[in-house]
Design a protein around this ligand. Structure first.
Ligand SMILES: Cc1ncc(COP(=O)(O)O)c(C=O)c1O
Length: 383
């Protein structure tokens, strides 16, 4: 099977990820932070080491600012529903959001009376920092932004917003689900206040992992309250971090796997991974541009994208095409609306959907060429 669905979840995971998880399950599957015995302590240390690695990778002030969740959606929900919005507050976001940002914002509109502006892309399918700044008003409290579109791969130059957001006291929430592990991200330098991402995509960790990092204290209310293993005598959620934001038993095997994924990324180098994936993206776009009836979406300037490409082949529905690729060619891609309905409205592809291919660090040029050959054959068969 050739796997081109890394934007949904990366596969395969490095062996070190599986080994770390196996070790956790078989050797110290005790409850981290709950009890002082040797096994609970080992589990706690594993979680704390993972926290420290993620803090270092993303330029967070301290490990305790890193909070673990089941996925990016939970991390984003914690950031958005935890933020103490008041009626009339304004949020600027993009038309390229995943439902995990879009649906919480729509709910906040209904339940809290906030206003939301969805900034649309320009003619090059790109959302500029300038357009985002122009959409802000005196009432804007938050810029809630997907770093890169999960449909077109187009990314925002987030650092260009840093001084503007600081001067105007606007909290920047970045959904880095498509960029954590493929683009360099530094919370301090890039002016990111809240950083949310999945552990199971480009960080090569297992499913069941997601992270929110809070650079400073934004007064977030915890989304979930309950046992933390600390201050058990208190009837309320403790103030100390990370306990305040991590009620319930953590996913130690998953977090151990995520830490091993981060090690792999650091060992390979984010710049090297980006370069490799860019080569695959460039090859794919160049080789398929000439296929009659095939239309690509997203910025033509590939330097403005991560390795995600969505396209439409005239005469074949996106789901049908994905099924043919899967069943006949053993190539895994993703068809449809990709949990990003507004993106498809803006691209005018809501009816047909698109076929998305997304490349990972272990994909090869040969695999891309196989996909290109398959698409040429399919196109000829349908003409
Ligand atoms: C941009 C973006 N944000 C959020 C998510 C949600 O991630 P998860 O499934 O880990 O909650 C995804 C997943 O596809 C995504 O692409």
């Amino acid at each position: 099977m050739i796997y081109f669905d890394h934007a949904a979840s990366s596969f395969p995971k490095p062996k070190a990820v599986a080994d770390a998880m196996y070790e956790a399950v078989t050797q110290y599957a005790a409850n981290p932070g709950r009890g002082g015995h040797v096994l609970a302590e080992r589990a706690r240390l594993t979680v704390e080491e993972a926290r420290a690695k993620l803090a270092a990778l993303f330029g967070a002030p301290q490990p305790k600012h890193v909070w673990f969740y089941q996925n990016a959606t939970m991390a984003l929900n914690q950031a958005l529903f935890g933020f103490q919005f008041e009626e009339g507050d304004h949020v600027v976001t993009t038309a390229f959001e995943h439902n995990s940002v879009l649906r919480p914002l729509e709910r906040l509109k209904r339940e809290k009376g906030i206003n939301v502006t969805y900034v649309k892309p320009n003619e090059e399918d790109e959302i500029t920092a300038q357009a985002l700044m122009e959409a802000c008003t005196a009432k804007t409290k938050m810029l809630a932004l997907s770093h890169a579109s999960n449909v077109t791969g187009a990314f925002i130059q987030i650092d260009q917003l840093a001084s503007f957001a600081k001067e105007n006291e606007i909290t920047v929430l970045l959904d880095a689900s498509q960029t954590a592990g493929t683009l360099p991200i530094h919370m301090e330098k890039d002016g990111i206040d809240l950083l949310a991402f999945a552990g199971h995509k480009s960080l090569l960790g297992p499913q069941g992992t997601g992270v929110l990092i809070s650079r400073e204290d934004y007064g977030l209310l915890p989304l979930v309250v309950g046992g933390t293993g600390s201050y058990s005598e208190l009837p309320v959620q403790p103030d100390v971090w990370p306990d305040r934001y991590e009620a319930g038993t953590l996913n130690t095997p998953g977090i151990a796997g995520l830490a091993a994924g981060v090690d792999e990324i650091v060992k390979k180098g984010i710049a090297t991974i980006y370069e490799h994936e860019q080569e695959l993206l460039t090859l794919f776009i160049e080789e398929t541009e000439q296929i009659a009836g095939l239309r690509h979406y997203g910025p033509a300037d590939l330097a403005k994208r991560v390795a995600v490409a969505s396209f439409y082949l005239e005469g074949i529905g996106s789901h049908e095409l994905a099924i043919i690729l899967d069943e006949h060619y053993q190539i895994a891609v993703r068809a449809g609306l990709h949990c990003a309905p507004q993106t498809h409205r803006v691209l005018e592809t809501s009816n047909s959907g698109l076929v998305r291919v997304s490349f990972g660090p272990y994909n090869t040029k040969e695999e891309v060429k196989t996909l290109v050959r398959a698409l040429k054959e399919i196109q000829q068969a349908f003409v």
